[in-house]
Design a protein around this ligand. Structure first.
Ligand code: PMP
Length: 439
């Protein structure tokens, strides 16, 4: 209430408050901000990195388009931190479609889909997505994150159970928490553990939803889709696959994880994905049965109570989807880059963990501080790659995460990995990064 409108008169601190919480300075504005657990964790991390002399690897300002190269602080760098897997973001095709929609419809849809926001480009995008997944219908949302939150919170509630892989994206976990359903996480890709949970918990719940990703963005590995479908059938559950990273990088023609396994996409109950990666746009989508889409159209809060995807972004995404299907060389190049990365990394003694060459390639470091320092040293040598540190990944599993694109060439990959191996050896020789060992 305080944030929404604010009390008109100052509120006296409760008598039992700690003295430092009584002042605005200690409490922050809005009052009490600095006592939040999230604030304190953020401060502790900032202070620790500052004390250890490590620059934050986050919020780096990119001065142009971030593709295979990027410009940071006036300097051109090799870039391995963009989701533009097939290099479609600056391609003339999606740009021309987006420009035409911009000229026709303006910058914004200026209303929710229900009220006044629907344009022909939305219908065209959704028809193309439904065709892609061999489903009856699809629906776009203005954000990928909001898609997962809304979708799960709409479908699941009290008396239901949502089961998610331990490496699932925050948008899924947030939707699970909001749904009010019981929730459990199973160890990453561990179907035996999932089976045990289902054996015990299935009889106690009305609906059970299993949520996995088509390509995991931490390890760069795939789910066992055939195994998941078998469990789904055996326990009468629903299976949802988040294809955010898989559309484009996975499958011989980049159609996603179903193509990789040679399965009919309509076997999966719910496909979800984002427009912000391979499709060079912004927003999210769901594809499935006509009834599922009808329900979301009418009930999903992120759809009903949020503005429509800007027409310019819908048009750009649809053009990118069509072009992806027509230009197979992009996917072949991305896969070749992935295979080259794996071979080169191993040759240099680097550990690509569970990475399988699909566009997301980790280089395992272990220690969080060492991963952050390595990223800093790479940037100093003109290579932009982000670390993933605890608590984003478990203790001792920090890594650098390379995102590859069909725009990259093998010389760029060789250069990045060679510098990475040199700098990692130097860090280890210096004994640097062990101060926080195990983290
Ligand atoms: N799902 C997954 C697996 C993601 O990685 C992301 C974002 N990286 C999202 C959903 C949210 O998508 P968006 O960034 O397009 O909102």
């Amino acid at each position: 209430r305080g944030l929404a409108g604010g009390p008109s008169r100052p509120v006296a601190p409760a008598p039992d408050m700690a003295p430092e919480a009584r002042t605005d300075v200690a409490g922050g504005r809005p009052r009490g901000l600095h006592r939040l657990e999230g604030w304190q964790q953020m401060q502790a991390l900032d202070q620790a990195t500052e004390a250890l002399g490590v620059a934050s690897p986050y919020f780096r300002l990119h001065e142009g388009r971030a593709a295979d190269t990027t410009r940071i602080a006036g300097r051109d760098c090799l870039n391995f931190a963009s989701y533009d897997y097939l290099g479609l973001n600056a391609d003339p095709g999606p740009r021309a479609a987006a420009r035409q929609a911009l000229d026709t419809y303006g910058v914004s849809a200026s209303g929710s889909r229900m009220v006044s926001g629907t344009r022909p480009v939305h219908d065209a995008l959704e028809a193309a997505l439904a065709r892609h997944y061999g489903c009856e219908a699809a629906l776009s949302f203005v954000s990928g994150h909001a898609t997962n939150v809304s979708l799960i919170a709409t479908l699941m509630g009290e008396g239901d159970l949502v089961l998610s892989d331990a490496y699932i994206h925050n948008s899924v976990s947030t939707g699970m928490a909001l749904s009010g359903a019981a929730r459990r996480s199973f160890p990453h890709n561990d179907l035996a553990a999932l089976e045990r949970i289902l054996e015990n918990a299935r009889p106690l719940h009305r609906h059970v939803l299993i949520v996995v990703e088509g390509l995991y963005s931490m390890d760069g590995d795939l789910p066992d889709l055939p195994g998941l479908l078998a469990l789904r059938d055996r326990f009468d559950a629903w299976l949802m696959v988040d294809e955010a990273h898989a559309l484009g990088p996975v499958g011989p023609t980049g159609q996603g994880v179903f193509e990789h396994f040679g399965l009919e996409p309509a076997l999966v109950d719910i496909w979800m994905g984002t427009l912000s990666k391979t499709l060079a746009s912004t927003g999210g989508y769901v594809a499935g049965s006509a009834d599922l889409i009808r329900l979301l159209r009418h009930r999903a809060p992120g759809h009903v109570f949020s503005v429509a995807l800007p027409p310019v972004l819908a048009a750009g995404a649809e053009a990118a989807l069509v072009q992806m299907g027509e230009e197979r060389w992009r996917i072949e190049k991305l896969h070749a880059n992935g295979a080259h990365f794996l071979a080169k990394a191993r040759g240099l003694g680097l550990d690509p963990g569970a990475g399988q060459g699909f566009g997301v390639l980790p280089v395992m470091i272990g220690d969080s501080l060492q991963a952050a320092r390595l990223s800093e040293r790479l940037l100093a040598r003109g290579i932009n790659v982000a670390p993933v540190t605890f608590p984003g990944v478990p203790m001792g599993a920090a890594r650098l995460r390379f995102f590859l694109s069909s725009d990259h060439d093998t010389a760029q990959i060789d250069q990045a990995l060679t510098v990475c191996a040199e700098e990692l050896a130097r860090l280890r020789d210096d004994g640097l990064g062990r101060l926080m060992s195990g983290s």
